[in-house]
Write a protein that binds this ligand. Structure first.
Ligand SMILES: Nc1ncnc2c1ncn2[C@@H]1O[C@H](COP(=O)(O)OP(=O)(O)OP(=O)(O)O)[C@@H](O)[C@H]1O
Length: 144
């Protein structure tokens, strides 16, 4: 979405927010997501904020979403939308300054005893990160 004039204070009184962005109005909805007109609290920059309903995505579509985020993060072209930030699996408990950040989507999680390592390789071959390929047992993820 191209930048436009800054919204009025009454528009900013909306209580819904995500990170530093205040949601102003709904722009459109697709099969798996809703797009909002939003404004950055400090800069006043108006953006399109896409809320993806992860519960509607199967594993293949989640991989496609990761690809889209990776591509848009690196794309820089006047005819391609610019990705400013991606909040993935991060939820806010409420919409004001007392919000607690919560990590979501534990689809591949498992319970381990202290000192145990998970040994199953997770992720599709084309999508799995280099770091994960090189790593041994995934002790980094066992701190929760
Ligand atoms: N960057 C953007 N700026 C302004 N409006 C947008 C932007 N991205 C999406 N929209 C609007 O939001 C609507 C929903 O977009 P979204 O990408 O979620 O779904 P879609 O691709 O149109 O549909 P589907 O996912 O079902 O194929 C779009 O049709 C468009 O009207």
């Amino acid at each position: 979405m191209e930048p436009e004039s800054k919204p009025s204070l009454s528009e900013l009184s909306s209580t819904a927010a995500l990170g530093d962005y205040v949601l102003i109005s709904e722009v459109g909805e697709g099969s798996f997501s809703r797009v909002w007109k939003a404004v950055h609290r400090e800069s006043g920059e108006v953006v399109a904020l896409k809320q993806v309903f992860l519960s509607r995505l199967n594993m293949h579509l989640k991989n496609c979403l990761d690809c889209e985020i990776k591509f848009l993060s690196s794309a820089c072209h006047p005819n391609i939308v610019r990705l400013l930030e991606a909040f993935q699996n991060i939820l806010l408990s409420r919409s004001d300054d007392d919000a607690v950040v919560k990590v979501a989507d534990f689809g591949l999680s498992r319970s381990l005893h202290p000192g145990d390592y998970a040994e199953t390789v997770c992720g599709s071959p084309l999508e799995v990160s280099n770091g994960l390929c090189r790593a041994g047992p995934s002790h980094l993820n066992s701190c929760f």
